[in-house]
Design a protein around this ligand. Structure first.
Ligand code: NAI
Length: 511
């Protein structure tokens, strides 16, 4: 089934944040759109504020005044649900309550024509449950937009057990025509994004709870090394802890208490205290006027002696740290390849340096009999990273550590020393995101491409978690997870079966 023709009338129910945005998207794509809200005057108010937003876009040359006039002319208020009798697609975006939504769909079945597609923008309710008891459950589908709908590209096209695949295809193709990046998803708790993103928050919360670093340092590392637009603390302060915590609890409950989705006590504390983030003036950070702006903890560097040259020995196979070695070399560090250095190691002065493999430095140093050992966190791209986490074993001397910090200083990368903890910060986060992504693929929720597209276009991740796992090496990620699981003895870190299977054959998630 191909996309809906532009002549199809689109109905949108609920003129709140999402409904108004969806109506705008459909009108911009050339459809006549009818907007209905059960609170009197709300649909018209939404269209009026849309007009103001669009006028601003004319000022910024995104649209001409004529285009905006045409878009607005395509939007109208529906005073009654009965006005939806000529629609080809209805998107529901009302309150997140299954009974209220079901009532709406019951009413729509009696009003709309037999071939009208009924879609819900729900973020957490099962499409299978919503469709249950409908006369034609096969035409019920999830069309999950992200906020703000006119800007965010992703649309999860969610199929319940009864959804006709032609209906899902039609919605997918229609979303494409609307300039969106649709991905198919099966109706499972959290769909793709709200499930796969859980570890992004959970691992930062745990690192904070275990006092590995403070919030601003962890946020800075996720941005400066990981390439994420925001760290977990600032992001959840923006989302609102009540909202973010409720999503985590609902996914945790829906998976029958799987510890991989366990909510965090430190976030619960914030909710209990009413510290909901930006909207309440206090979350992990304070938003009160004149409040402190915390800075990331950085290691003070002892300057190099005049004329001193840093030397760096590199093993023949340096793996993912190649970008770092290239950057050191360009900055004047004398890099020499040596054959007797174990795979993946650098030696700066007398200090052994390696990318974290999920073991703590104290553990790895002991197992490999390395006295001076510094572990480096993962970076999205070592060529452009601005900040990095390092950790060291208890036997590593201050001088040995300083030699390594000087190296990073030389190339302009700030260093935060974090408490010796498994997989540091970015590696731990990315490994857990990739693990959740792998499990979603394993369980047929979405394809590897679908998951990666969803995370990039729904949450602006710098790279899909599975593309990232391929770049690091799936076997490496599997090793990191296995070490995390051994350190904690917890099911939360168990590698996905798919991760393990691909790791065993040295395969990849993407061709
Ligand atoms: P909202 O509270 O801003 O808007 C909901 C609108 O629906 C209100 O204007 C309300 O008057 C109207 N409404 C409530 N019951 C109604 C009924 N029986 N008939 C007609 N209109 C009714 O809510 P928001 O944020 O727009 O969310 C709507 C849906 O979209 C929810 O299912 C939510 O889970 C989902 N969603 C929300 C996102 C967000 O970031 N806010 C993102 C993606 C999905």
């Amino acid at each position: 089934m191909s996309a809906l023709h532009q002549s199809a009338v689109i109905g949108v129910i609920g003129a709140g944040a999402m409904g108004a945005g969806i109506a705008q998207v459909a009108a911009q794509a050339g459809h006549q759109v009818k907007l209905y809200d059960n609170r009197e005057g709300v649909a018209q108010t939404s269209i009026d504020s849309m007009a103001k937003q669009l006028a601003k876009l004319v000022e910024r040359n995104k649209f001409t005044a004529e285009q905006v006039q045409q878009i607005l002319a395509r939007l109208s208020v529906a005073n009654l649900l009965e006005d939806f009798s000529d629609t080809g697609l209805v998107v529901e975006a009302i309150v997140e309550n299954i009974d209220v939504k079901k009532n709406i769909f019951d009413a729509l079945e009696a009003i709309c024509s037999a071939n009208c597609i009924l879609a819900s923008n729900t973020s957490s309710i099962s499409i299978t449950r919503l469709a249950a008891g409908m006369k034609h459950p096969e035409r019920m589908v999830g069309m999950h937009f992200f906020n703000p709908a006119p800007i965010m590209k992703l649309v999860e096209v969610v199929s319940g057990l009864a959804t006709d695949s032609d209906v899902a295809t039609c919605v997918y193709e229609t979303a494409l025509n609307w300039g969106k990046k649709p991905v198919y998803a099966a109706s499972t708790p959290g769909f793709i994004v709200n499930r796969v993103a859980r570890p992004f928050y959970a691992e930062s919360f745990r690192l904070r709870q275990e006092q590995v670093a403070d919030c601003v340092t962890l946020d800075t590392l996720l941005k400066g090394a990981g390439g994420f637009r925001m760290g977990a603390f600032e992001l959840t302060d923006m989302i609102g802890h009540d909202v973010n915590y409720a999503v985590t609890c609902s996914v945790f409950d829906a998976y029958y208490g799987d510890f991989r989705f366990q909510p965090s006590l430190i976030q619960k504390d914030l909710v209990d205290a009413g510290f909901l983030g930006r909207k309440s003036g206090q979350g992990f950070y304070s938003y009160k006027e004149g409040g402190d702006k915390p800075q990331a903890q950085c290691v003070e560097v002892s300057p190099l002696d005049d004329g001193a040259v840093i030397t760096c020995e590199v093993s023949k196979d340096i793996g993912y740290l190649k970008g770092l070695v290239d950057r050191l070399s360009r900055a004047g560090v004398q890099v020499t390849e040596v054959s007797d250095l174990a795979k993946g190691y650098l030696k700066i002065g007398d200090t052994f340096v390696a990318l974290t493999d999920g073991r703590m430095a104290c553990e790895r140093g002991k197992e490999e009999a390395l006295n001076d050992l510094v572990l480096v966190d993962l970076a999205l791209d070592y060529q452009s990273a601005t900040h990095i986490a390092l950790s060291r074993s208890a036997t590593t001397s201050a001088e040995a550590f300083n030699d390594v910090v000087q190296c990073f200083d030389l190339v302009g990368i700030k260093v935060s020393e974090v408490v010796d903890s498994p997989a540091l910060v970015v590696m731990r986060t990315v490994a857990m995101l990739a693990n959740e992504a792998a499990d979603a693929v394993l369980q047929g929720v979405a394809s590897a491409e679908g998951v990666d597209t969803a995370m990039c276009f729904g949450l602006n991740y710098p790279q899909g978690p599975l593309v990232w796992a391929d770049a690091i090496g799936v076997a490496e990620i599997d090793k990191v997870l296995t070490h995390l699981q051994q350190s904690y003895g917890e099911d939360r870190y168990r590698p996905s079966l798919l991760m393990r299977r691909i790791a065993m054959v040295e395969g990849r998630f993407h061709d």
